[in-house]
Design a binder for this molecule. Structure first.
Ligand code: NAD
Length: 458
């Protein structure tokens, strides 16, 4: 059982973390490196228990749990371990001649004590990946897993307690709507890193504003996927099926809806059907396909199935929280299925003849977290890249932009504030401190009064 901690216990965790940070213990390169290595080792030691927890919470297959959760965390850890030293180095900057004889650099300061809040859909990696940035940056951290993925929350607490002093990294559990406002109102964190829904993101930003707490918000939205007329439809269909139905569509960057050039619509639909059947030879007891997180979400998704025509799929089993991979058409753009973030295995499809039509639909839900375009035309690619404001995305693929630690990950507008992954995670948990150093052997005196003669120099 996971233990929910009381108000006073939480106070003491926060106070201990503040003292620990102030002691300077987290600052050195060696300390940070050791903690990253220890984190990696404890995950290795508990790998099977993590897979079991993810299976219990979301029916994730071990392969999927590795490729989208644990493996992603190892990649991020390896990248941080390899690059930490260079990230921590002060960055020399050039200095204008007018400031002679001076030099300048940026010193990388940790932020201090940070709070990381995670959702339930990738409950392991969305909690641990930001923690890697926090450790690399030299911070103390409070982790808040999602209460809606309780098995994962429990194993995370176990491994964090096993490897870290709570004065350095601690886990708190409980109903987020109650616990988080309480702790954010009673303490000032140096950063709140939140991954979750847009409405809760707004609530977090509002609480944070009262104490001028900086926030990074990794939110959601409706991510479009466009298939143009000039592409290999087999590869497009496979990649769309994979991106949409992985984790039963409960992925923040899953293609939310599909727009395909009318000349290829019929063909693409047939191929999506073919590959869906091939990937998920589905029965409710099959192990390769996820389940909906809870009854509430199941009911919401089931209601969406009535908001258009089902092309294929649509089967549901409530006791199993199972919803088949489903393709729909004739969905009104004002229906909840097209105004809410779907966050489930239902893909509405629209045909288009002109790019104008695609932009009109995208702009109804502006600033998506992700954007996917299948095209072989460079001009089309540049057209959309310039026209659509989105967090990140892929040309001729889905989801995999997340897998490159050299790319920043984050939203824009309603889909989020700030970036992380790779060095961007280190930067997210670090403050750039500007330092200008002047030599003492010479002083031009140019800035001192009296100015009467100096004005002629301007
Ligand atoms: P959520 O916003 O309901 O919950 C996220 C976290 O916030 C949980 O830990 C929860 O305990 C806490 N919380 C819930 N209500 C709260 C409140 N009123 N005040 C403070 N904290 C509260 O999100 P979710 O349902 O767990 O996750 C689904 C959403 O997350 C989707 O919108 C999805 O797009 C988004 N998401 C975004 C990313 C990303 O990287 N941008 C990744 C995964 C999920």
């Amino acid at each position: 059982m996971i233990a929910e901690i009381g108000h006073s216990a939480f106070h003491s965790i926060i106070n201990n973390q503040a003292a620990y940070f102030k002691s300077g213990a987290t600052l050195s390169y060696q300390f940070r490196l050791d903690q990253l290595k220890r984190l990696k080792q404890v995950i290795r030691n508990n790998e099977q228990a993590i897979f079991d927890a993810l299976n219990k919470d979301l029916n994730k297959h071990e392969f999927e749990s590795y490729s989208t959760e644990v493996g992603v965390v190892y990649e991020e850890l390896n990248f941080a371990i390899k690059n930490l030293k260079s990230w921590m180095k002060p960055e020399r900057q050039s200095t204008p001649f007018a400031l002679f004889p001076s030099s300048s650099y940026i010193h990388k300061d940790p932020l201090g004590c940070v709070l990381i809040i995670a959702p339930w859909n990738y409950p392991f990696q969305l909690l641990i990946n930001p923690l890697i940035g926090a450790i690399a940056g030299g911070n103390c951290t409070v982790l808040k897993p999602s209460e809606l993925a309780p098995a994962t929350a429990e194993i995370v607490e176990k491994i964090i307690t096993e490897v870290f002093d709570p004065a350095y990294v601690a886990t708190i559990q409980g109903d987020g709507a109650q616990v988080i406002p309480e702790i954010m109102n009673s303490h000032r964190f140096d950063l709140v890193f939140f991954t979750g829904s847009i409405p809760v993101g707004y609530a977090i930003a509002e609480i944070a504003a009262k104490k001028l707490t900086p926030v990074i918000l990794e939110l959601g939205g409706k991510s479009p996927c466009i298939v143009d007329k000039d592409v290999d439809l087999h590869n497009a269909a496979k990649r769309i099926v994979w991106g949409k139905f992985t984790n039963a569509g409960q992925t923040c960057v899953a293609p939310d809806y599909l727009m395909v050039h009318n000349s290829r619509k019929k063909e693409l639909i047939e191929l999506i059907k073919k590959y869906t059947n091939e990937f998920y030879t589905e029965t409710p007891s099959s192990g390769d396909y996820g389940r909906i997180i809870n009854k509430r979400r199941f009911t919401t998704l089931k209601n969406y199935l009535e908001q258009g025509n089902i092309i294929f799929g649509g089967q549901t089993t409530e006791e199993e929280l199972y919803i088949a991979p489903t393709l729909m058409e004739n969905v009104s753009i004002d229906a909840p299925l097209m105004t809410d973030e779907i966050f489930g295995p239902i893909l509405p499809v629209y045909g288009f003849d002109s790019y104008k039509e695609t932009l009109a639909l995208i702009n109804k839900n502006a600033n998506p977290l992700a954007f996917y375009l299948f095209t072989s035309n460079k001009e089309t690619e540049q057209f959309y890249i310039n026209k659509v404001s989105f967090g990140g995305g892929c040309i001729n693929n889905t989801l995999i932009h997340l897998g490159n630690p050299h790319l920043p990950f984050g939203g824009v507008g309603n889909s989020g504030i700030g970036y992380y992954h790779g060095k961007f995670s280190f930067d997210a948990f670090t403050r750039m401190k500007a330092v200008l150093k002047t030599q003492t052997w010479f002083d031009s005196g140019i800035q001192y009064a009296p100015f009467k003669e100096k004005i002629k120099l301007l």
